[in-house]
Design a protein around this ligand. Sequence first.
Ligand code: EPS
Length: 415
Amino acid sequence: MLEKFRYLTSGESHGQALTCIIDGVPANLLLSAGYIDQDLVRRQKGFGRGGRMKIESDRAKILAGVRQGKTLGSPITLLIENKDWANWQDVMSPDPGVKSQESRVKMLRSKNFKLLTHNSKLYPVTHPRPGHADLSGALKYNTHDIRNILERSSARETAVRVAAGAVAKKFLAEFNVKVLSYVTAIGGIKVASSRSQDQGSEKRILEIFKKAEASPVRCHDKEIEKKIVNKINAAMKKGDTLGGVFEVVALGVPAGLGSYTQWDRKLDAKLAFSFMSIQAIKGVEIGLGFEMAQRFGSEVMDEIFYQGARFYRRTNNAGGIEGGMSNGMPLIVRAAMKPIPTLRRPLSSVDIISKKPFKAAYERSDVCAVPTASVIGEAVMAVAIADSFLSKFGGDSIEEIKRNYKGYLKQINKF
Ligand code: EPS
């Protein structure tokens, strides 16, 4: 899906570090680890996170692709250390020195599973959590130690995706494109839906974002924030978890990113793919989304007007995308996150060795990570837009892309 701004991540949740290699960032972009760290800090905030966030304080190291504060046009390698690694060195060691998990499985089998009383660090994890990658992953990768699965399927990986997103944001900032997010619902408690005029108003969106930045649950409405915090507290007491909905908005995107000419060039398709790739996301809408299906066509199309030598709309139900292309209005994507599947409250599952039923309960878990997911949403949106931007205006240096962009703006302004 991504053609020009591409990246791969690696790293386990309790391994030494997370890394990513980003390819396609042009030369001469000012970039520092400090800039990336701002978003890493934002990702770690949010009421409802568990004990792990007290251990980690994510910071990026730039290992390659940047010299004297400027990108070189070569691949950029980023690294984020896992502080928790210190507590997991034996279990997560790449060396086979410590008793291997598979030999423990054999031992447990020979003793008729009598030792299998808990999921401690050293014993193989044999209790798949409903809703997680555990069972399908163990079947697929042919292992009886679910730790081999959960370490990589963990949403810890999103830390380094946020770092990649920060690089994309830095690139977009050169063209006055901003990507912002806020939470609109948690556990069924929602802010009132914004009027379709507000969805097109940069001023209103910036106001909402500013308030969300100051909120522990990234919610701009103080009354709703209070109710959400109470609901998260109630879930915490019950050993349960909550999901929710967040919106990500891009401002300053010119008309004409993406294309209708081929299915995999559509900007909305690229955005949907990007958001669905975030752990625990189960639904994505663009603009008015599913609500559009309830109304008459005349009620949802954003009518076109012309004044002061420019085309404009008074509404933004399309979420800034028509025919797979940006139309110059703010891009608006809404995503639904399911409740976190790791619960302290016991759920039924089956031990993958003994095949006996058990009730799973876990000690350390986040209760709600929707505010965090909204920051991750910004990252994936920034990457998708940067990729489309480079496809349209691409060049090897920032200066070259700026020339191309300026030429295009001249063309559409004179249209
Ligand atoms: C996660 C489980 C928890 C979360 C983690 C994602 O970690 P642990 O199992 O170590 O308690 O805190 O999120 C992060 C570490 C992070 O940086 O966001 C999971 O299973 O997805």
